[in-house]
Design a binder for this molecule. Structure first.
Ligand code: GLC
Length: 479
């Protein structure tokens, strides 16, 4: 089966969030199945171009019309012996030769260019995929462009959209339809939402299948609270909407081999080695070392929908009235950055905040954490709760989206479950769940250890999700 994937990021080339992790692991997992040929298309950002680790060779270059614009498209291939999985970069200095990846005033135009260039590139390369799999809003114009302009060149190709987060939809002015896409008024209804051009909505209505990254989130987004402006559209398109829970790379996230860790451990060496990892983390972050207090932590984008407002709300109580230590790592909205830095300043030795994105510190935090906090208001899948379980930390989560699907609540009577959950989005319930986790930690160490060790041995690999994607592709192709 021939599959093309398009996305705005993929690790290790460039990653700003969970999408990058998925785009590294999913194509890889699919390529391990029989008879697969996968091409992944990414923008050729400055950061990738300048990185010596990614040698490329040019496949072709050509001019492409984007409405009245005559644009340059370069197609580069990552030099690699792998035949079943190939990475291609779409080059254009104007659009991608910048320091920032997203957040530019012309993001809509940049990713419209990318989307059209992917189709043109495949045509030039004579690559005719059976499935075109688009990820998130940045690749969301591909199904529409395919239907309006490329159908005859990619006869029978089916399109799939995966929504990694409905919070980011891609938006442009109404004039974008003609001015950038060069399409006529007959497509106005297809692209319009709330008066503007909405990229994600466009793909929801034009692709053959829509997936999102957990079963619960797939249900949730058809309700007004989670689905918001797209709720009605998603209800209409519900028959083609499914949820496939993400995995993680079990190799990359392995506390027994992770080179970012100063102390490595596995389920068998828990809790002795974990204690050493905790001590190393305390030392690195300047936390008090003469304590048995559990280390609570959060590694996250500091955004409202990640539930950071709940953390700032209970932060003071947590620091004043509980015998715990708190570690925060992330950057984002300035009110949260300030509130959390302030908390760390007022409770030195007890709370540490690293404001910024620091992947290797993040891994040491997972390794040194007892209780991992994930109070997200919404969470399509979430990878951190999976990583934390693998690194011997127990998750405390709001029971939504992928958190609900992957963190079954701990049952004090039977000892079953994986973590501690709360059901309604408020600080008291969040604190209540933290207290239940701390109670098990302090008062039932045998049960705590058993729970941690069981979680560490769980299989979160991509094998199962890859098979689910594959059967979706087969269904679309009538196989
Ligand atoms: C987004 C979502 C996250 C998901 C990730 C990968 O970052 O917010 O929940 O795990 O995409 O699908």
């Amino acid at each position: 089966m021939k599959i093309a994937m398009a996305a705005a990021e993929a690790a290790p080339f460039l990653k700003t969030g969970g999408l990058g992790d998925v785009m590294e692991a999913l194509p890889q997992a699919l390529a391990e199945e029989k008879n697969m040929e996968i091409c992944v298309f990414l923008p050729y950002y400055k950061a990738i171009k300048q990185n010596q680790n990614y040698p490329v060779e040019e496949v072709c270059n050509f001019r492409m019309q984007l409405s009245w614009r005559d644009t340059y498209v370069g197609v580069l291939h990552l030099k690699s012996p792998r035949r079943k999985l190939r990475f291609y970069f779409i080059d254009n200095e104007d659009y991608f030769g910048r320091d920032s990846v997203y957040g530019c005033f012309d993001d809509g135009e940049r990713f419209a260019f990318f989307s059209k260039a992917v189709l043109e590139a495949m045509d030039h390369m004579d690559f005719r995929p059976e499935i075109m799999h688009c990820h998130d809003w940045q690749a969301s114009l591909i199904p529409l462009l395919f239907h309006s302009q490329y159908q005859d060149r990619f006869n029978g190709m089916k399109t799939v959209l995966t929504i990694h987060n409905l919070e980011y939809q891609g938006w442009a002015n109404p004039s974008f339809l003609g001015e950038v896409l060069g399409l006529g008024e007959e497509y106005r209804g297809t692209v319009t939402c709330d008066g503007g051009v909405n990229f994600l909505k466009t793909a929801i209505v034009t692709s053959d299948a829509v997936t999102t990254v957990s079963r619960t989130y797939a249900e949730e987004i058809t309700t007004p609270w989670f689905g918001r402006n797209l709720c009605t559209i998603l209800q209409q398109e519900k028959p083609k909407l499914t949820g496939i829970v993400n995995g993680i790379s079990m190799k990359r996230f392995d506390p027994s081999t992770d080179s970012d860790l100063t102390v490595r451990f596995d389920a068998d060496s828990y809790p002795e080695k974990k204690a050493k990892a905790k001590d190393a983390l305390r030392q690195e972050l300047g936390l008090n070392r003469d304590t048995n207090a559990p280390i609570l932590s959060i590694v996250s984008r500091l955004a409202g929908h990640k539930g950071i407002d709940l953390l700032t709300y209970i932060g003071e109580t947590l620091m004043k009235d509980r015998d715990v230590q708190l570690v925060i790592c992330g950057s984002g909205e300035s009110q949260y950055e300030q509130a959390l830095s302030d908390l760390a300043r007022r409770y030195p030795g007890k709370c540490a905040a690293y404001i910024g994105f620091h992947p290797s510190l993040a891994n040491r935090i997972y390794g040194g954490t007892d209780i991992y906090l994930m109070p997200s208001r919404s969470e399509p899948c979430g990878l951190s709760q999976l990583i934390s379980m693998r690194y011997g930390a127990i998750p405390v989560v709001n029971s939504v989206g992928g958190l609900k699907d992957t963190v079954e609540p701990y049952n004090e009577v039977t000892g079953e479950g994986r973590g501690f959950t709360f059901q309604s989005y408020n600080g008291h319930d969040f604190l209540g769940a933290i207290d239940r986790a701390c109670d098990l930690y302090w008062n039932h160490p045998g049960e705590w250890t058993a729970l941690v060790q069981r979680n560490m041995r769980l299989d979160f690999s991509w094998k199962q999700p890859a098979e689910e994607y594959l059967s979706l592709y087969r269904r679309l192709l009538g196989q």
